[in-house]
Write a new protein. Structure first.
Length: 259
């Protein structure tokens, strides 16, 4: 399917690895000019070169911490008029809410709620003026199926979800869409590190931890970043202009509810 976005410009936050890289790769394969942003210069340089070689696309990179004002300013200076914005930041660590103070909460909100809101604020009016815009926020299946141990993530990402739910309806008439994609367990470095932490806590080996996790997924496996990227690219396409304000679960059927 021709997604109708060749030549468009995209910012992909966290685009050097994991789900962000999956999105960047899918967009580049469809002819989008992609700017990937993350903190590690070496990892970015390698990822940009590999994505470009794999897709034949135009991929640039910038080392920046998108959870800070300075980082976002640097990204927007490199790509001031994006047609596509993929908001993505690593989640805060798990733990017991009794041990979290104001500093931990503010850090989580800055990374997983406010950074996306400020990127949207900086780019939305340009999208409206050009009559095309696609914003995809990578959140988490925990927005719909929260676990206490991930309370920092649940709270911050749910706040972002509520904010964009209203805004998406306000801008839809301009051919600007805002959606959230809620990943379940995808085969990424972050999932492996979380599983290792849980395995250590429960005195089991990583393989056992992962086998237990897969048993809770009806698909019987972890998702792959390219599967996530494919959904992201479709939501960013010219074919998806009637999809907005949605929270789309990609979890292999793990969430048991209907809504």
């Amino acid at each position: 399917m021709d997604l109708g976005i060749a030549g468009r410009r995209a910012i992909v936050c966290g685009g050097s690895a994991g789900l962000g890289r999956g999105c960047a790769t899918a967009l580049a394969a469809d002819g989008v000019k992609v700017l990937i942003a993350a903190r590690s210069e070496d990892r970015l340089r390698t990822a940009a070169a590999e994505i470009a070689a794999e897709t034949g696309g135009e991929v640039d990179w910038i080392a920046a911490d998108v959870t800070t004002d300075a980082g976002r300013d640097a990204v927007l200076a490199a790509c001031p008029e994006p047609d596509i914005l993929i908001n993505n930041a690593g989640g805060p660590p798990p733990g017991d809410f009794r041990s979290w103070g104001r500093e931990e909460w503010i850090k989580a909100i800055d990374a997983n709620m406010l950074s996306a809101i400020f990127f949207i604020k900086a780019t939305l009016d340009g999208m409206i003026e050009r009559k095309f815009g696609r914003v995809v926020n990578i959140t988490s299946h925990m927005v719909k199926s929260p676990a206490a141990i991930l309370g920092l993530s649940n709270g911050a990402r749910a706040g972002l979800t509520g904010f964009v739910g209203g805004l998406s309806r306000d801008v839809a008439r301009h051919n600007v869409t805002i959606n959230c994609v809620l990943p379940g367990q995808f085969d990424t470095d972050r999932l492996r590190s979380n599983h290792q932490r849980f395995a250590d806590t429960n005195n089991i080996d990583l393989a056992t931890m992962q086998a237990n996790a897969k048993r809770g997924i009806p698909a019987g496996r972890f998702g792959q970043p390219d599967e996530f990227g494919a959904m992201c690219a479709f939501l960013c396409s010219a074919r998806a202009g009637f999809i907005t304000g949605q929270n789309i679960m990609l979890d292999g059927g793990q969430f048991p509810g209907l809504l």
